[in-house]
Design a protein around this ligand. Structure first.
Ligand SMILES: Cc1ncc(C[n+]2csc(CCOP(=O)(O)OP(=O)(O)O)c2C)c(N)n1
Length: 629
């Protein structure tokens, strides 16, 4: 670790440095990030892009008194380094270590937690208005990426800001990338500002002046930038129409210019937006070459950027390849992603069916209503949205899709615990928020072959449906040549039994099988069932086993409350059955980040826990021979 970096324990240490030292510090931070994240994994590219920006912000503003927010906050590692967490950076995203996002419980400098996009402007406005009401003087600064402006909430906030406060600073960190390339009119608009010749000349002269005089004339430059920006081709700049005074674009790696500009903006008596241009992955060639890959990744070689070759395919890949096949034979199939083409696998679909592929930006709510609109015209839209981000789409799923009985298919990747990303990204609520919606069919495949069957099933349904599947590699089973539709609401009995019925939802069926083996060894006859459908539940199967067994066990990678096991209890109660149900799932508690296996052990999502809970319910069934032995 560099000597300057080593001396940083709080923002006060940074404020003591001169410009030359800060510039050196920027290099040391980059090197530190490249080395550290090569072991832990994390959001390398976005953080390499905001080194100077974060240094400038912490030089000019005083957290925790001043409020500094980052949208999504995956780019807040430098902020963490500067605010007393340097010595714990090696634990980032590791069990018990620092979270990969901002967390109010982690530091007083993290005034607002996030993980989902589009919240920074609204939350910052809330803080600014609270300050105004209580007569405070602190500054409120929201840093949001260009892709965050594809999000409706950002625009809802902008519509409101100028009416609510006179003092708020927004920093638009424009690197032209979301995780993939940023999309849509707003991306084009930003691009047109950046590529404008007028700006380029200004930028070049700003550089020359700064080189000559250090930071001294930067204020003049910022003022000139303002004038020039106003005199540009657009008489009414978008942000100005929103009542935000627009400044920029300025070079987001020019530390003196950034510092001087923030000093100047600090005194503004109206809300302002500063447009800074940064380079994602700056200082690490592999990240510049592969922006998408280095947005967020696991461990890599710090010299070459190489990562371990992937083993088995992922659920996302199987989903996308299956969709390509199905779309080859069905012109009505269209695929929609909300800024996650690579994460959901839809980047594999795009080259095959470019006209039937839609990236709508970070706009899940819009994605769902857009899908509903297409469905009214006879198309079969597939919304591929992670379980956690589909939370944003809840109302349109109810109001636009289900109420109108439109055949939209929701494919929810990352359903279940997401692991090292933590509570903002765990997909633990989708069963609860979907199963109460009339018309909805909700499925979860035990393996990749069944995923394809469920997609086929969904395309034959007259109304909405959803499929939940986990992050990562598939089970690795042999696939049928052609997927087969599954009869609606029909569970699959994998092993018959008469003492206990164990239901393992989706890939959790492997735990059900393991429990069955243990119980068989203890002398019990255990049935293993792959429920396949959370809704409609296979009531026939439940009724049959409720007459036979002494207990049910349910396994699910979801919160217990309102989840699959709860659905089983409700159904049994409605049937008048009193057979007890042991539910294995996540407790009513936000689960921290960590390794999935560790967290399962900590929170009792284990075969041992299930066994311990179910055995006392079975004792009266024990066979005499085994009791004797
Ligand atoms: C609601 C929501 N949808 C999707 C995501 C996934 N996601 C995380 S970061 C990101 C891109 C952010 O791009 P930008 O705001 O421009 O920041 P950059 O990484 O380029 O600095 C996306 C789509 C998310 N965090 N939240």
């Amino acid at each position: 670790m560099g000597a300057l970096l080593e001396s940083i324990h709080s923002p006060a240490d940074l404020k003591r440095m001169n410009l030359a030292q800060m510039t050196e510090l920027a290099g040391e931070i980059r090197e530190f990030l490249i080395q550290t994240l090569s072991k832990t994994g994390g959001h390398l590219g976005p953080n390499l892009g905001v080194v100077e920006l974060t240094l400038a912000l912490h030089t000019v503003f005083n957290t925790p008194e001043d409020k500094l927010l980052f949208d999504v906050s995956h780019q807040a590692y430098v902020h963490k380094i500067l605010t007393g967490r340097l010595d714990r950076m090696e634990t980032i995203r590791q069990p018990g270590g620092l979270n990969g996002f901002m967390l109010r419980t982690e530091s007083e400098h993290d005034c607002y937690g996030a993980g989902h996009a589009g919240t920074a402007l609204s939350a910052a406005l809330g803080m600014a208005v609270a300050r105004d009401l209580s007569g405070g003087t602190e500054h409120v600064v929201a840093v949001a990426g260009d892709a965050a402006f594809t999000n409706g909430i950002s625009f809802e906030a902008m519509n409101n800001i100028a009416e609510q406060t006179k003092r708020m600073i927004i920093v638009l960190n424009d690197n032209e990338w979301s995780i993939d390339r940023n999309v849509g009119a707003i991306a084009r608009y930003f691009h047109s500002i950046v590529t404008n010749e007028h700006y380029k000349n200004l930028h070049d002269s700003a550089h020359r002046i700064l080189e000559r005089f250090g930071g001294k004339t930067a204020l003049t430059v910022a003022r000139r930038a303002e004038e020039a920006a106003k005199g540009m081709l657009w008489p009414s700049m978008l942000f100005e129409e929103f009542g935000l005074q627009y400044f920029g674009p300025i070079d987001g790696h020019n530390l003196p210019l950034l510092i001087e500009t923030f000093k100047f903006l600090k005194n503004a008596d109206h809300p302002v937006l500063l447009h800074v241009l940064t380079q994602k992955g700056r200082g690490f060639q592999p990240a510049l070459d592969k922006q998408k890959k280095f947005h967020g990744l696991g461990p890599y070689d710090p010299e070459t950027g190489k990562t371990e070759p992937a083993g088995k395919p992922t659920y996302a890949e199987v989903f996308a390849n299956t969709l390509v096949e199905m779309a080859n034979h069905d012109d009505r199939i269209v695929a929609i992603t909300a800024a996650m083409p690579s994460g959901t696998g839809l980047d594999l679909f795009k080259p095959h069916h470019p006209k039937r592929y839609f990236d709508v930006g970070i706009a899940e709510e819009h994605a769902v209503v857009f899908a509903a609109g297409m469905a009214t015209r006879g198309y079969r839209p597939v919304c591929a949205i992670y379980s956690t981000f589909l939370q944003r789409g809840f109302d349109p799923i109810v109001h636009d899709v289900a109420l109108q009985k439109l055949p939209v298919l929701f494919c929810m990747d990352r359903a279940g615990l997401s692991g090292d990303d933590g509570p903002t990204h765990h997909g633990l609520f989708d069963i609860s928020y979907l199963r109460g919606i009339p018309e909805m069919v909700l499925m979860s495949p035990k393996d990749e072959d069944e995923l394809a069957d469920m997609m086929k099933t969904a395309f034959e349904l007259p109304g909405p449906s959803a499929i939940r599947y986990p992050r990562g590699a598939v089970a690795g089973v042999t696939r049928k040549v052609e997927p087969r539709a599954i009869p609606l609401g029909k569970a699959e009995v994998l092993i018959d039994g008469s003492d206990v019925a164990i239901l393992g939802l989706g890939p959790m069926v492997s735990m059900a099988k393991e429990l069955a083996v243990r119980l068989e060894c203890a002398g019990y006859s255990a049935a293993v069932i792959n429920p396949r459908f959370v809704k409609p539940l296979d009531r026939g199967m439940l009724e049959l086993y409720s007459r036979r067994v002494a207990a049910f066990v349910t396994f699910e990678d979801h919160v217990k409350m309102g989840g699959f096991g709860s659905a089983v209890i409700e159904a049994l109660q409605e049937m008048g059955s009193a057979v007890p149900v042991v539910r294995i799932g996540w407790p009513d508690h936000f689960i921290e980040h960590g390794k999935i296996e560790d967290l399962r052990a900590k929170y009792g999502l284990t075969v041992e826990q299930a066994q311990a809970q179910v055995l006392p319910l079975l004792t009266h069934r024990q066979t005499p021979t085994l009791v004797a032995s």
